[in-house]
Design a protein around this ligand. Structure first.
Ligand code: ATP
Ligand code: MG
Length: 392
């Protein structure tokens, strides 16, 4: 066998983006930009968009393990692989595959795709020719049904890529390509997952958290910062914004509210504040509010109470985890990396608000009546003046 000259690369595939028709170039450009931002500070040569995939060229200084870890948190990536680039030439492909044989464990199969149909051989033929190299050596066994190693080969216009191990990405759409939302973030399990799901659909997410700590310095020492940091890992190196909403004004007024009704009134208060923050936030504002509500998980989340809550919002309220079982949300939280923080003890406003047996059937008219009596608009105004932005 001759020598093949190969370059170390990552090949990156983006499933869903390919379906987006006219928007496709925008999506691809954004994904490339997001990959570059995610890898800021890493050693690599360049990121190239080519023939419906992205090729990331690394070098001998690159920390390929860390790069792989980072790519696993970039939305829009369906799967990727550490690959080796050689010429689009059958002899070079054969030689390169053979030289990389240390990557093969057990039985193998060759799986070729051609992006450039001008390549003189069909994929099956390439599979056969490369497979033969291994078969004829007498050291390897081909098994096309249940191989232990798959040698992936992608033949492009001017190059060919060879890899052994596909790594699943997080999927979704590149952050930033669908718009901005604000997310009501508690210290619990559900709302961080809800935020993550909207980021996955390409949203820029700003957080709103109502805090019960005596001052902002205390909040800054709390786990809320770490929770946001964990979600920031998926934000392509961009910082994230947390609007810190003091709970004091609402709390003061809450004593004059029927105790059992407080929870829905608190939710409505949060939505009113969130709508104002959304309207103020940057060009065009945020176009939706995200919560971690889940149907019937807790008393505030009955259909009646959600109905009475929603009316307080002009913007649509998105609840991406509404239909999951708690177990499923927990699994996701673990996968995302927020679970351990979410279960850490935290003095959330809800624990101060929540009556032992809150009303499960709040009537909208009743909520509005109480709000009028306690001067809710003023409470919101007062709160708005004390909101601070934390950059994380
Ligand atoms: P989570 O696990 O997100 O806390 P949960 O199922 O425990 O949700 P609640 O605590 O009743 O339900 O809260 C419902 C939703 O209200 C949360 O998912 C969140 O979106 C919002 N929320 C609750 N508390 C706060 C808070 N202190 N600041 C901002 N939003 C909050
Ligand atoms: Mg909670």
């Amino acid at each position: 066998m001759g020598n093949a000259c190969t370059k170390p690369v990552f090949v990156i595939h983006f499933g869903e983006i390919a379906l987006k028709g006219n928007n496709r170039p925008d999506f691809e450009t954004r994904l490339v930009g997001n990959i570059q931002k995610t890898l800021a500070g890493e050693n690599y040569e360049k990121v190239l968009r080519t023939e419906s995939r992205i090729v990331l060229y690394t070098n001998e200084k690159s920390d390929r393990v860390r790069i792989a870890e980072k790519l696993q948190k970039v939305f829009g990536i369906e799967w990727f692989a550490e690959a080796h680039e050689t010429n689009a030439d059958i002899d070079d492909i054969k030689n390169a595959a053979w030289e990389l044989r240390d990557n093969i464990k057990g039985t193998l199969k060759v799986d070729t795709t051609r992006s450039d149909k001008r390549f003189p051989m069909k994929s099956m033929e390439v599979n056969r020719i490369v497979g033969e190299v291994f078969h004829e050596s007498g050291k390897y066994k081909i098994d096309v049904k249940t191989p232990e190693t798959v040698i992936g080969i992608e033949i492009l216009n001017k190059s060919a890529l060879i890899y052994f191990n596909k790594i699943r990405g997080v999927g979704g759409l590149p952050v930033g390509c669908t718009g901005k939302v604000v997310c009501l973030l508690s210290g619990g399990i559900d709302s961080p997952v809800a935020a993550w799901m909207m980021m996955k659909r390409g949203c820029v997410v700003e957080f709103i958290h109502a805090y019960a700590q005596p001052d902002i310095a205390e909040l800054k020492k709390s786990k809320m910062m770490q929770l946001v940091s964990e979600l920031k890992e998926y934000n392509c190196g961009n910082s994230m914004k947390l609007h810190a909403v003091p709970y004091s004004a609402f709390y003061g007024a809450s004593f004059s509210m029927p105790h059992k009704k407080e929870l829905v009134l608190f939710r409505r208060f949060l939505l009113k504040v969130a709508n104002r923050i959304a309207a103020q936030s940057g060009t065009g504002g945020a176009l939706g509010i995200v919560t971690g509500d889940n149907l019937a998980q807790v008393a505030s989340q009955t259909l009646e109470n959600l109905h009475a809550t929603d009316e307080a919002s002009e913007l649509p309220v998105y609840r991406p985890v509404i239909g999951f079982d708690k177990k499923e949300i927990i699994e996701m939280a673990k996968r995302i990396g927020t679970y351990d923080l979410s279960i850490q003890e935290y003095k959330d406003c809800c624990s101060l608000v929540a009556a032992k047996h809150p009303s499960t059937k709040m009537k909208l008219e009743e909520a509005k009546k109480i709000e009028k009596e306690c001067g809710m608009e003023k409470i919101v105004e007062e709160t708005m003046e004390k909101i601070e932005e934390i950059k994380i």
